[in-house]
Design a protein around this ligand. Sequence first.
Ligand SMILES: [Zn+2]
Length: 276
Amino acid sequence: MKDKRPGPRAQTKVEVQPEPSNVVELVPGIYQLRGEKPGSHVYLIKGATKNVLIDTGVAVKFSVLKRQLAEPGLRIRDVNLIILTHEHYDHIGATAFFHRTAVVAAHRLAANKLELQDEFVTFRKYRDQPGKPFWVDVWLEDGSMIDLGNYELQVIHTPGHTSGCICLYEPRAGLLFTGDTVFAGGTLSEIAVGGNVSDYVNSVRRLSNLKIRQIYPGHGKVSSTPDEDLPKAIVYAQTMLDDCKTFFEAFIKTRRLQDKLGSAFGYWTQPRDKEK
Ligand SMILES: [Zn+2]
């Protein structure tokens, strides 16, 4: 059989592959600037007259974000509006770099925490992330609308992951920017400080009533199957709620058993009110 091994010349040939772009134009004028860990994705919407960023990632990746913006031909001062999907450090970190020239908007329940630099909620110091303070110029409410001419963004308050979470819905193109509320496949986030499960259930139920063609989440892949993903998200949210009940039932049973064992072996147990 003929030897098919490459000759010495072929072996030394090095093919230079171009670096894959981390900026993707999803629909005309809307770009995903892929996030580098630990930062979130950033979305750029080139409006008819104004440019919008949804989230800004982390401060340490600002130089990457600057390069990403340059691909569709933008400089920092060309960004007119920043909308923050919620108050977590991995979505807000580079906002201060734009604040001199861009208006910053967030839901009022996120805005309050950001202005007071509530580290208990943003996790910035906990994750040892740098970041400059900024304030929120526009406090959004559920139902607020941002008209960009070629696109419009409707604010949907979706508490659950945190209290200040919003999704942004573009009804004509059927696009939903979800931050950390729902990911591809219907996956949900954890319940972080300030969030709660029952609000999460309601939030995903509300989203499932919208006509959506694509989900643009803060992390992971874009989804083109929202009709499959959102029903799954409702089931996941309801499961979280049911798991809480199961957990506390098991916890109470175990605690009663511990009390009995503790007294049998002479351990000191915390006196508590008589339980039924
Ligand atoms: Zn988050």
